[in-house]
Design a protein around this ligand. Structure first.
Ligand SMILES: Cc1cc2nc3c(=O)[nH]c(=O)nc-3n(C[C@H](O)[C@H](O)[C@H](O)COP(=O)(O)O)c2cc1C
Length: 466
């Protein structure tokens, strides 16, 4: 069989992910796996119609497709996202229709599931037959059991194609509403919100006031009595997407530092704001690839949170609530940065008046939260991430991510690794032998467990001084 592998790694042939593909090729010599370096060549593919068409022809002729890609910021690299956009922009969807397809990623498993969800949803939108994907840790190929797993997975992939097995569909088609948002043009002076010297920045990929997005941004801005700044991310000089070169691992300096303005904008504008609003139009099942490029390029900070204690909000035009995957990605991003997520305001439901009042409230809330330095309690989205990153850096990647390592050391993240709670240790040392060896004690212990667990909390509740 002829399988086309669309390589999402900007590193091209030097990709970790492609080693998994080459391994599959070695184990299944009866099939041909043709790798096409999509992300690495995206600029050429975008400019050169012949090159693009050649790729589409290969896809059309293939028996199956593999989305083979690293996970970048809970999705795929921006260059790959751009390729996905080109499919609809150039009306070549028919080449993908009814093709069997699978996703294969490498990562450290931070939001690999959202990346797979995205690729599945995109494939289903293209009416492809999606087979459940494979998410490898970057180093899994070194482990014999993981190689066995990869072989079993691939056997199933080929079996399904050869036998024309039906595949299930997991995502409903998007159904965006046709709606022309007509905001109130003015906000009365008494309803204006005092900015209280907060620096408010809106980052958007469109300021077109003919669109709902442009109008929502304008309406948000006039809610305030003071100044708000807005940056169109298309106007930032960004020479290209993240190259995945990891040079930033040493000291958080990007190889593009002298070549474009991204680092400066991030450090001088974004990081110096108190309230940051990300605004964009839904494009396929994410925002634009330009937006993805911004997130990817912020990787020069590696796993060090750079937006600690900021207020972050989202103004989005399009069917966000039909894409819970995307909301989860943005929530995880903001939480992992140590920011508070104010809200997501969209134009997907409600009247113009209702959207007006949501935006007004959004503005008021941002100042209120900023004044009280409120950051939401952390959920699994960032708690899980912190442990995963910490373990990954402490484990195999200390020598690459020198800046992360120093940050974790300085901020006490290693202190809890694996656990350094002396009281908990004392309790365990005392209780475990009793629970294990003394049946009467064990019975008594589990009978009282509910009461014992609330005891220290009750002491706080009942203490008039606390
Ligand atoms: C910009 C950037 C973003 C990344 N984002 C994630 C992520 O969200 N989750 C994750 O588990 N790994 C993430 N990684 C790690 C890569 O997915 C991982 O190193 C992968 O194996 C690289 O594969 P490649 O060599 O084929 O490009 C990221 C790496 C880079 C450079």
């Amino acid at each position: 069989m002829q399988i086309v592998v669309l390589n999402g790694s900007p590193k091209g042939d030097e990709s970790v992910t492609m080693q998994y593909i080459l391994y599959i090729q070695k184990k299944f010599p009866q099939h041909s796996l043709k790798i096409i370096n999509i992300s690495q060549q995206i600029k050429k593919i975008e400019k050169n119609q012949e090159k693009f068409q050649d790729i589409i022809n290969k896809i059309q002729a293939a028996d199956g497709i593999i989305w083979g890609t690293p996970v970048y910021y809970c999705l795929v690299p921006s260059q790959y996202k751009r390729f996905i956009e080109l499919i609809t922009e150039k009306n070549v969807e028919s080449a993908f229709k009814d093709k069997y397809v699978v996703s294969l990623t490498t990562s450290i498993h931070y939001f690999d599931h959202t990346s797979h969800n995205y690729l599945r949803a995109i494939s289903e939108d293209l009416e492809m037959k999606f087979i459940k994907g494979f998410s490898a840790d970057s180093r899994d190929l070194m482990i014999p059991e993981e190689r066995e797993r990869l072989i079993a997975f691939t056997e199933n992939f080929f079996h399904i194609i050869e036998n024309n097995v039906p595949t299930s569909k997991h995502f409903l088609n998007l159904n965006p509403r046709e709606f022309n948002y007509l905001p109130k043009e003015k906000v009365s002076e008494e309803n204006k919100i005092d900015t209280e010297n907060k620096k408010i920045l809106i980052l958007t990929d469109s300021l077109d006031e003919e669109t709902n997005l442009g109008k929502m941004i304008k309406r948000f801005r006039i809610a305030f009595s003071g100044k708000t700044d807005v940056i169109d991310i298309n106007d930032i000089d960004i020479k290209g997407g993240c190259l995945g070169c990891l040079q930033c691992g040493y000291d958080n300096q990007c190889v593009y530092k002298e070549k474009d303005d991204f680092m400066e904008v991030w450090d001088e504008k974004v990081r110096k704001s108190d309230i940051i609003v990300f605004a964009g139009n839904i494009r396929d099942r994410y925002l634009s690839s330009r937006w993805k490029m911004v997130f990817d390029r912020s990787f020069f900070n590696n796993h060090v949170p750079t937006l600690l204690d900021k207020q972050i909000g989202f103004i989005i035009s399009g069917p966000l609530s039909q894409i819970p995957n995307l909301k989860q990605i943005f929530s995880a991003y903001s939480e992992s940065q140590g920011s508070n997520v104010i809200d997501f305001v969209t134009d997907e439901y409600g009247t113009s008046e209702e959207i007006d009042s949501l935006l007004q409230n959004f503005a008021a809330q941002s100042i209120r939260f900023s004044n009280s330095n409120y950051v939401q309690t952390r959920t699994y989205l960032s708690k899980g991430a912190e442990l995963l990153f910490r373990d990954a850096v402490f484990g195999g990647m200390k020598f690459i991510f020198r800046a992360d390592d120093k940050y974790y050391e300085q901020h006490g993240l290693y202190d809890t690794f694996p656990q350094n709670d002396k009281n908990a240790k004392k309790m365990s040392d005392m209780l475990i032998p009793l629970i294990e060896n003394n049946e009467d004690f064990r019975k008594q212990f589990y009978a009282n467990i509910k009461t014992e667990m609330v005891k220290p909390l009750k002491r706080i509740v009942e203490d008039p001084d606390k």
